[in-house]
Design a protein around this ligand. Structure first.
Ligand SMILES: [Zn+2]
Ligand SMILES: [Zn+2]
Length: 301
């Protein structure tokens, strides 16, 4: 929601860029992907991985305006949930049908590899390129490894991603609601992540229906600050980023939620437009011989 009340934390819907060395991975294509697309075009990014947590409007609506998708030399590797491998491409095509948008997906000049993936698959990006593997595969530590946890804590389900490279991990857990006793599967999946980006859409009062004029949001598939902090503490995350702010919340309200989060989990902050977090990857511990052996094993799998 653009406007005077959302200047600090921003008015765009979900989009996060993960830069891994020279590689670019994008989490969700909310309206935040529009300014990011212009930036990537300036940077001449040729290969881009785009991961969808799920296919609700607020996570896909920026894609038709994503400049790199219109550039003929750009290769987009797009992954997300879906019942069949074609589900994701069908939904994206539908979002740009002639009734809803003037340019179809096929008319966008970039080359696009679009696939619905399963929880048991891992997305690997190494020197050989971007590919899918089964989760049992042995991987060299130079590869960017993206693992998937399928959560049912959001209507229709949602994918939570863990991106790991050279000993550093980021977990992206948007559009998820906390459970009594904390979401143990998520805690396990997010264990020791350096950065946990977690849904914290609602204030406690709003969630419980105690905010005048607002119904309770229990069961909507979004968390409170406390739920996010519980997952961060239990998984021993390095830092927590509160994410997916409610469109009706002002900057002042989000600032209050951030203060409440810090009291519960010290290393917390609310995501804002342009926030950058830097992680220093550990130097690769793998010697050349080990790389060769691992690659051979991976190819045989
Ligand atoms: Zn959603
Ligand atoms: Zn959402």
């Amino acid at each position: 929601m653009p406007g005077a009340g959302t200047v600090k934390y921003g008015g765009n819907t979900a989009c996060v860029e993960i830069r891994v060395g020279q590689r670019t991975i994008i989490l969700d294509a909310g309206s935040g992907i529009i300014p990011l697309g212009r930036e990537l075009a300036r940077r001449h990014a040729l290969d881009v991985v785009l991961l969808f947590s799920h296919l609700h409007h607020d996570h896909t609506q920026g894609f038709p305006f994503f400049v790199p998708a219109y550039l003929p030399n750009v290769r987009l590797h797009i992954f997300g949930p879906g019942g069949t491998p074609e589900t994701l491409s069908r939904v994206l095509e539908h979002n740009q049908s002639s009734e809803t948008f003037p340019v179809s997906l096929r008319e966008m000049a970039s080359s696009k590899d679009i696939q619905s993936v399963r929880e048991s698959q891992v997305i690997v990006w190494d020197e050989a390129g971007v590919r899918l593997a089964e989760s049992t595969v042995s991987l060299v530590s130079e590869a960017v490894v993206i693992r998937i946890h399928k959560s049912y804590a959001h209507p229709g389900g949602v994918y939570i991603y863990r991106i790991t490279w050279r000993g550093k991990s980021i977990v992206y857990a948007t559009d998820t609601e906390g459970y009594v006793g904390t979401d143990r599967k998520l805690v396990q999946f997010a264990k020791d992540a350096d950065v946990l980006i977690h849904d914290a859409q609602y204030s406690e009062e709003h969630y419980r229906g105690q905010l005048a004029g607002f119904p309770s949001t229990q069961g909507y598939g979004h968390s409170t600050v406390t739920m996010a902090c519980e997952v961060a503490a239990a998984s021993e995350a390095g830092q927590l980023i509160l994410f997916h702010h409610d469109p009706s919340y002002s900057d002042a309200l989000v600032a209050g939620m951030e203060a409440s989060a810090k009291a519960q989990f010290d290393q917390s902050r609310a995501a804002y437009e342009g926030l950058e977090v830097t992680l220093t990857p550990s130097p690769s511990p793998v010697r050349r011989g080990e790389v060769k052996r691992d690659v051979k094993y991976a190819n045989n799998d």
